[in-house]
Design a protein. Structure first.
Length: 505
């Protein structure tokens, strides 16, 4: 085992933070090793005219450091893994990573847009073809401002530089990786830094965390890559001893998928893979160089997506499949607008468009998060600025907002008798008079929108517990799983529509 290890990284604040994270992981596992941090500038840092869209093929932010790793036998390098070329350089490779940070992108928009209904040209700062394509195809119905066209401005530099340029520039918005924001905020909190471009931008802009279902990231975004020379077996062993395997495997798979399309940041393609409820979820969105539109949001391991899998339930034997069957209950609405209007500095979790029926006014200091993309779009139609969504993955996903919400309380807007996850609940309607089809008990499989609906049905029709059940990926799945026990079946799906596709016609 080496007595001293050099950790080489770029000299930006984010690069230093990531190098220190790796150093702490090594020291925890191997306290006898001395660490020496070496900061350097790459060709991508020095030459502002380089085309960074080629960073994953040319390694404009990594190749100079890779040369040092080869030359210095006691050295490893720490990169933002997404900057490391997909094409093998034959001399070094990424042999380890830490637990992945948030993969998503963040969009910052000038607050002046809030007072507009229409703008001729919406200008966004980003050099990424992937981000540009995703915004062109998805942004229009995610903000309550119509625009004639969307245009883009190239932007270079580290996160601080880019955010400063944005605040001073004519552009309306800028896109950055949320992992970078999270790591900088954590560093500033630990070092009691109270003023920075990141903090200013969060306070003075409208921000949105872009959902992976529509905006999958660059392969490896949010992951740290630890580079070692291929011949340096002792350092490879050291790095692999701190490797977080799940993150490593997901990133390798993302890069394999991207390599099919040529790799590199010049591609208009995003690929993200992550885990939930013991399933792997894959999101791909983009446009290939041959003009093929890629759009795939599914589970990698499920009854639906496995090749040759049998779809055992006939559509007519499932519930609910007709539109009339989806509304089991009648609704009596409750006016809580006065109560909602008094709440400040909190996160409102909008579970479905129904909770907005009385058009509540939220304080500007509050954060609005929806349960899914459909509810986001429906909220925008009503004029609300939405900060993000749990993407139909459940309320527990709010935990990943991290320091950008600074420990705000969570207020769930839902129906009476709805149970909450680490939150208070404001009841905005009651569910009454449940109605089920006459052949309800004879159906073979059921998809549940809430655990409450399941408990009501189970009380009326106890025999259904032996049937197959399905739900979304979030709290409904977890609660029903506990209710039915290990001897019965419930399968999580990305959405109701995803479940419908699993049925036989």
């Amino acid at each position: 085992m080496k007595k001293t290890v050099n950790i080489i990284s770029r000299s930006s604040t984010l690069a230093k933070i990531q190098a220190q994270m790796v150093g702490k992981a090594i020291s925890k596992k191997h306290p006898q090793i001395s660490l020496n941090y070496i900061l350097t500038k790459t060709s991508g840092d020095v030459n502002q005219n380089l085309d960074i869209s080629k960073s994953l093929t040319m390694g404009v932010f990594t190749s100079d450091i890779s040369d040092q790793v080869v030359d210095k036998e006691d050295s490893i390098a720490v990169h933002s893994w997404k900057d490391f070329p997909i094409e093998d350089n034959k001399k070094t490779n990424i042999y380890g990573t830490l637990k992945r940070a948030d993969m998503r992108d963040m969009l910052f928009l000038k607050t002046e847009l809030k007072n507009l209904k229409y703008i001729d040209e919406l200008i966004i700062m980003t050099s990424s073809p992937r981000r540009r394509y995703a915004l062109e195809t998805n942004l229009a119905d995610l903000i309550p401002v119509s625009f004639g066209k969307i245009s883009f401005i190239d932007v270079r530099g580290n996160i601080d530089t880019r955010l400063n340029k944005f605040m001073k520039d004519k552009a309306h918005g800028i896109v950055v990786a949320k992992a970078a924001i999270d790591r900088i905020l954590e560093y500033e909190k630990s070092n009691k830094i109270t003023t920075s471009s990141t903090q200013t931008c969060l306070k003075e802009s409208k921000w949105m965390v872009l959902p992976l279902s529509l905006f999958p990231s660059a392969p490896a975004q949010g992951a740290i890559g630890i580079e070692v020379a291929n011949k340096n077996h002792s350092l490879i062993d050291l790095v692999q001893s701190i490797n977080e395997k799940e993150t490593f495997d997901n990133v390798v798979n993302e890069r394999k998928i991207m390599s099919k399309y040529g790799g590199g940041c010049s591609q208009k393609i995003g690929v993200s893979i992550w885990g939930k409820n013991n399933l792997k979820i894959k999101s791909i969105n983009g446009l290939t160089e041959d003009g093929e539109v890629l759009k795939d949001f599914t589970t990698i391991s499920s009854r639906l997506s496995e090749p040759g899998s049998s779809k055992t339930t006939i559509r007519s034997n499932a519930f609910p499949v007709a539109k009339t069957e989806k509304n089991i209950f009648s609704r009596r609405f409750l006016d809580k607008n006065t109560q909602i209007g008094k709440i400040k500095d909190s996160i409102f979790y909008i579970t479905r468009k129904t909770v907005l029926k009385n058009k509540p006014n939220f304080s500007h200091s509050c954060t609005l998060i929806t349960s899914g993309i459909k509810t986001w779009r429906e909220s925008v139609i009503e004029g609300y600025w939405i900060n993000g969504t749990t993407d139909s993955m459940g309320q527990s996903e709010l935990d990943y907002l991290g320091l950008i919400t600074k420990g705000k309380d969570v207020i769930k807007l839902s129906f009476k008798k709805s149970t909450s996850y680490k939150s208070n609940t404001i009841d905005l309607y009651e569910l009454t008079d449940p109605k089920f089809p006459t052949d309800f008990e004879q159906r073979e499989e059921y998809f549940w929108m809430s655990s409450y609906a399941f408990s009501v049905a189970l009380e009326l029709y106890p025999a259904i517990i032996k049937k197959r059940h399905a739900s979304g990926m979030g709290n409904t799945y977890n609660k029903i799983k506990k209710l039915i026990g290990h001897n019965h079946d419930i399968t999580p799906y990305l959405s109701y529509e995803h479940w419908l596709k699993s049925l036989k016609d």
